[in-house]
Design a binder for this molecule. Structure first.
Ligand SMILES: [Ca+2]
Ligand SMILES: [Ca+2]
Ligand SMILES: [Ca+2]
Ligand SMILES: [Ca+2]
Length: 613
């Protein structure tokens, strides 16, 4: 070795810097540090001049291409504090019903705002014969589009063939870049742009790194912008729910968008009635990048992988639009395999544990929770998509295989709370249901005969009686004396207790962070549980209101004992409970209010790029 220890250290530091910047292919020659400017005097900073051939990206995240040494020095690395970004241009600013990244044009002024900017800095002294080009690694090149800004607007720029002339290099060139899609298992979303200038003596180059913004799920306890509900005019079971949801949102001044589930585009089979499961066909998230005013962002609806749900077309037909993006991921039957259950592709089974920190695990944007296990799992492509977004991961996979429908929202939800954590977990509790009903019966001898589910019906799901109704009402005493039902509820409770243990371990919840919500379950087949009493945990939360299934508990005078109990449980957190009639529409079909609704929340203050991963 002829290197001095000092030179060896310098080389190691350089190598580390190049690896960190993803520039492993840089020439191995030791660079000569640039000398200070000759004219640097006492009143001038001793700052090396910037190289003439250079890329300018918004590495300091202030929404501007500053072209300062500080910004340039951060161009080639990406961390929670520095590094430029681009976004998937998945909204439809020109109203052609196609996501804007699907064509090779900039789709109007508003669409130009979705392009992240970068620049080839002006090199006034570029010599005759100088020619510039941009190169991207193959993976990224196939997943982004670059547009060049000219005097006549934007034009597509194909790095493989397009070149920058001497005059371009002298004047400098501005580019816009969009991603066609979100990060995936095949591509982490990183785009390494390399500018090379040839024909000007020694070839010169510069490399900058940008990262594609992920799809980020909204947090249900965050302030709500708008809710969604099903409309089915003339379809009897939907009417009461429609009016109750309308009354609730009107009383709170909460905007609601109705989805006409009877639209012929959305109705799969008129004999089956409308698909009213607004939670299950879509999940709302957002994406965004830094801008001069902090954040340029758009909501993005994730469509269920389930291609049988024709009402899910609503997401593409009516939600995709200006500043409202759309994404759809699904795999084929063969890829999904034998244990695939499309019911788990419903987004009642995809929720977000609100922001929390547990030990070394910080989840400032929350953490995805999804019911899927090997023996009964959801769509592979959808899960890979969620994994790849990474800022709300790793997703917490839980076992919902013991539930007939298999959705995590059947047993848990969240409410905001004035605690250091900021939220509470609501968790289904058959044990508590049995206990409060037993107490209720003990209070007054007349309570034993009090009816639950008075005037309500169940409907045969199959067999010769399919669709026919039979009375649901039973006395409290009869229900509590039903040994089979009580034994089944013990089994269901054991499953919920396991889930609780998993959540305590993963999230660090204390007992005080968990609010048990009482309702009994019943069997819908071997080991397949569903809500017997309306599942009051399966609720629509917007701001400080919870819209909850009307429970049809036993009455004391004019008061429903279970309604009163539910309102009291959420009152300490400042939550107003509004009950909605949904027995025939949702409960009798093994869902509740949350399953039939959806919501868009506000963009969080927390920046995704500051989330460690
Ligand atoms: Ca900047
Ligand atoms: Ca478009
Ligand atoms: Ca756009
Ligand atoms: Ca959901």
């Amino acid at each position: 070795m002829t290197n001095t220890p000092h030179a060896a250290r310098w080389r190691r530091a350089l190598a580390a810097a190049l690896v960190a910047a993803g520039c492993g292919a840089e020439p191995a020659a030791t660079p000569t540090p640039t000398p200070p400017r000759a004219d640097a005097g006492p009143d001038r900073p001793l700052e090396a001049p910037l190289p003439e051939v250079r890329l300018v990206v918004d590495a300091d995240r202030n929404g501007a291409l500053d072209d300062t040494r500080a910004e340039w020095s951060q161009r080639a690395a990406w961390s929670t504090t520095h590094g430029a970004m681009l976004m998937a241009n998945v909204d439809d600013d020109d109203g052609d019903r196609a996501v804007d990244a699907s064509d090779e044009e900039v789709n109007g002024e508003a669409d130009a705002a979705d392009l992240a900017r970068f620049r080839v800095a002006a090199w006034p002294g570029a010599p005759d014969g100088a020619e510039g080009s941009l190169t991207l690694p193959e993976l990224a090149a196939a997943r982004v589009r670059i547009f060049r800004r000219g005097p006549d607007g934007w034009s597509a720029f194909a790095p493989a063939s397009a070149r920058l002339s001497r005059d371009d290099l002298r004047a400098g060139v501005e580019f816009g870049i969009e991603a066609k899609d979100f990060p995936s298992p095949q591509w982490d979303g990183n785009v390494e742009i390399r500018l090379t200038v040839t024909g000007a003596g020694d070839d010169r180059a510069d490399t900058a790194v940008m990262r594609t913004a992920p799809w980020v799920m909204f947090n249900s306890v965050a302030p709500t912008v708008r809710v969604y509900g099903p409309q089915a005019e003339g379809f009897g079971p939907a009417t009461a729910f429609y009016y109750d949801l309308e009354d609730a949102t009107t009383a709170d001044g909460m905007p609601i968008q109705w989805i006409n589930t009877l639209d012929r585009n959305y109705l799969a089979d008129p004999d089956e009635g409308p698909d009213v499961w607004m939670q299950d066909i879509m999940e709302f998230g957002w994406t965004g990048i830094p801008s001069a005013d902090g954040l340029h962002a758009m909501p993005v609806v994730l469509r269920t992988p389930n291609r049988q749900r024709t009402v899910a077309r609503f997401t593409e037909r009516e939600l995709l639009g200006p500043d409202f993006g759309y994404v759809w991921k699904y795999a084929s039957l063969t890829v999904n395999g034998r244990n695939w259950d499309p019911s788990l592709d419903s987004f009642g089974d995809l929720e977000l544990l609100p922001p929390h920190r547990h030990g070394a695990h910080d989840h400032p944007l929350g953490r995805i929770i999804h019911g899927s296990v090997d023996a009964r799992h959801s769509d592979v492509a959808m899960r890979q998509f969620l994994d790849a977004q990474s800022v709300q991961g790793p997703p917490l996979y839980v076992d919902t295989s013991w539930l007939h429908v298999g959705h995590i929202d059947e047993v848990l939800s969240f409410v905001p709370a004035e605690t250091p954590r900021g939220w509470k977990l609501l968790l289904a509790s058959p044990r508590l249901a049995r206990s409060i009903l037993t107490d209720f019966m003990g209070r007054d001898p007349a309570h034993a005969r009090a009816l639950m589910f008075a005037g309500k019906y169940w409907y045969y799901e199959s067999g010769p009686m399919q669709g026919r109704a039979y009375p649901a009402q039973r006395s409290v005493q009869a229900i509590l004396a039903d040994a089979e039902l009580m034994a089944f509820n013990q089994q269901a409770q054991a499953r919920i207790d396991m889930l609780r243990e998993q959540l305590v371990e993963e999230v660090g919840l204390a007992d005080d962070d968990i609010v048990e919500i009482p309702f009994l379950m019943w069997s819908q087949g071997p080991q397949r549980a569903a809500a017997y009493m309306p599942g009051t945990v399966n609720l629509l939360l917007y701001n400080r209101t919870a819209v909850v299934a009307r429970p049809y508990g036993p009455n004391v005078g004019a008061t429903d004992f279970i309604e009163e109990d539910m309102a009291e449980r959420l009152r300490p957190f400042g939550i107003t409970v509004r009950f909605a009639e949904q027995w025939d529409l949702l409960h009798a079909a093994q869902g509740e209010v949350h399953c039939g609704t959806n919501a868009v929340r506000e963009f969080p203050q927390q920046r995704w790029w500051e989330v460690p991963r």
